[in-house]
Design a protein around this ligand. Structure first.
Ligand code: ZN
Length: 208
């Protein structure tokens, strides 16, 4: 399986990092060794002094496909999770300045934290209207540090699936991280991270 990530998909986050708004989705891939599950602790890697949290809605691909038209994209997923795209911001800034790929900053071991998956229907309640308008937020040590709504995405989930599948065949069990809203920031040893999607607690783990 592979973990496909979308960058720069929320305009407020683009502004906070002084990036340009992309005309088409920015895509990068993490290897399966990046997975962090079951609320296991996240260990800050030795090579970074500035690892950031990026809370993101994650979808799971349920059938194989390539060149998927937007109109059919909804047939390719029916479960959703919340995750953190851990990013070694200092390493990423160094690589970006040289025009080099981001892999070391984005794809390192356990950099893709993912909650359990819930059915898409669970996103229909007082706080959320399905995948198109799902409320989510991240708490660090009990304080809300990031909050977003999937209605703020520049590229919708269906647009992402259509675009990604032009370049990469999708397989059952692939994950797509759909981008982070504003409020990214550093984590330090001892932090507790809790993620909520459509009012439901999705993950709760510590940083070591
Ligand atoms: Zn991200």
């Amino acid at each position: 399986m592979k973990i496909i990530c979308i960058g720069r998909n929320y305009s407020e986050h683009i502004k906070e990092l002084n990036n340009d708004t992309p005309e088409e989705p920015v895509i990068f891939i993490k290897p399966d060794t990046a997975l962090l599950r079951n609320n296991n602790p996240f260990f800050i890697p030795d090579f970074s002094q500035d690892v950031h949290h990026e809370v993101e809605v994650v979808i799971k691909i349920k059938k194989p496909g390539r060149h998927i038209p937007i109109a059919f994209a909804k047939d390719y997923y029916d479960e959703v999770a919340l995750g953190i795209d851990f990013t070694a911001r200092d390493v990423q800034s160094r690589l970006k300045a040289k025009g080099l790929p981001w892999e070391k900053a984005k794809g390192f071991d356990h950099s893709a934290a993912i909650s359990q998956f819930i059915p898409l229907e669970a996103l229909n309640n007082e706080t959320s209207q399905g995948i198109r308008a799902a409320q989510f937020h991240l708490e660090k040590n009990g304080e809300i540090v990031q909050s977003g709504n999937t209605c703020q995405m520049i590229h919708s989930v269906d647009e992402i699936i259509a675009h990604v599948s032009e370049y990469f065949s999708l397989r059952i069990g692939d994950y797509i991280f759909t981008g982070t809203p504003a409020g990214v920031g550093p984590v330090i040893s001892g932090d507790r991270l809790k993620g909520f999607l459509a009012g439901q607690e999705m993950f709760n783990f510590v940083v070591k």
